[in-house]
Design a protein around this ligand. Structure first.
Ligand code: SAM
Length: 310
């Protein structure tokens, strides 16, 4: 269905838990998330089902870290029964090696893996954990079991990991994956320091061999490089806002719906979960409340960043 600004809302991101096994420096998640407050697999299915009745065709499991949920394969299997075009997952990849085959069998189509550095020591500084090798094994396993497409997402922070950008680009040389750079969003204290943001325009200048194909894959501008098996993507929520074409809505792990990632307003749907009709109507009303645009950048001051409304 269309929201009140005429945007087709087709893409639901489901945060199945706010818990995480990593502690990334730029992430705005709190570490007090509780398992007791999480929706059950059945509730997730009921709510996602109501969303499909409102026009959702693509669903992504995310978090927190979705693979810390012991019932993630069951959740994927239930959602696979819905009339979706794509069932996807975003993960830090630490547990992907052990889950990839079961998730694929359960009906998962594709996976995005977050990886901000290929240097073990920088990876540990960014995430608090010495598990880079496990993430790389997870990427290999995802390819082996046939998850497709496979996208690796990296967030660069100036002076922290941006010197490793070339090594990240190189991941797509021999692998048929999309290596994508996502601009740092101001979620946390670290993110609010705008001088840390490496805009994608700056990054593109550093890699003159990357050639824009003119393709847009969702929110990513796509580039190729000579001899590469994979592609490089640039997602620029801060410097080139894409709110005007945003198709997304988010279900949080406690049953609240968040129409915009960059706006704190949430709406509870859990009280409606046992009445499919009321739940669907509630979701329709929430979709109509999606705001025109995000509020990232309102507190950042760096030259070159678009302010909200800009
Ligand atoms: N735990 C999973 C993972 O690591 O992919 C899923 C949740 S994580 C919050 C989803 C994505 O958000 C990751 O790719 C992460 O890099 C990105 N992210 C988190 N904080 C961010 C920020 N301040 N700016 C840009 N991206 C961010």
């Amino acid at each position: 269905m269309k929201d009140s600004f005429g945007r087709d809302i087709t893409y639901l991101r489901v945060s199945v838990t706010e818990r995480c096994n990593l502690n990334c420096v730029y992430c705005g998640k709190t570490d007090c998330a509780k398992k007791e407050n999480e929706l059950s697999a059945g509730d997730i299915y009921a709510i996602a089902s109501a969303f499909t009745r409102c026009g959702i065709t693509k669903l992504r499991l995310t978090g927190g870290e979705p693979l810390v949920r012991g019932d993630i394969v069951e959740i994927a299997g239930r959602l696979h029964a819905l009339p979706l075009q794509t069932l996807a997952l975003t993960t830090n990849g630490v547990y992907l090696k052990q889950y990839a085959a079961d998730l694929r069998r359960a009906g998962l189509d594709s996976v995005n893996i977050s990886l901000d550095s290929t240097d073990g020591s920088t990876y540990r500084k960014l995430t608090g954990a010495d598990v880079l090798h496990r993430v790389l094994e997870g990427v290999d396993e995802a390819m082996r079991v046939g998850l497709s497409p496979i996208k690796i997402n990296a967030v660069l922070m100036r002076g922290v990991n941006d010197d490793g950008a070339a090594d990240l680009v190189a991941l797509a040389k021999d692998r048929p994956i999309d290596m994508r750079f996502i601009e740092l969003m101001p979620f946390s204290d670290a993110g609010e320091d705008a001088s840390r943001i490496v805009t994608n325009d700056e990054l593109l200048q550093r890699f003159p061999t990357l050639k824009p194909t003119g393709e847009q894959d969702g929110t990513a501008r796509i580039c190729t490089a000579p001899g590469f098996a994979g592609r490089i993507g640039f997602i620029s929520p801060v410097s080139h806002r894409f709110c005007g074409t945003c198709s997304r809505i988010r279900l949080l792990s406690d049953g609240k719906v968040k129409p915009c990632l960059g706006d704190d307003t949430v709406y509870d749907v859990l009280p409606y979960v046992h009445d499919a009709h009321a739940l669907t109507e509630r979701i329709r009303q929430i979709i109509l409340k999606k705001p025109a645009g995000h509020r990232f950048g309102e507190t950042t001051t760096a030259h070159g960043l678009n302010r909200t409304g800009g």
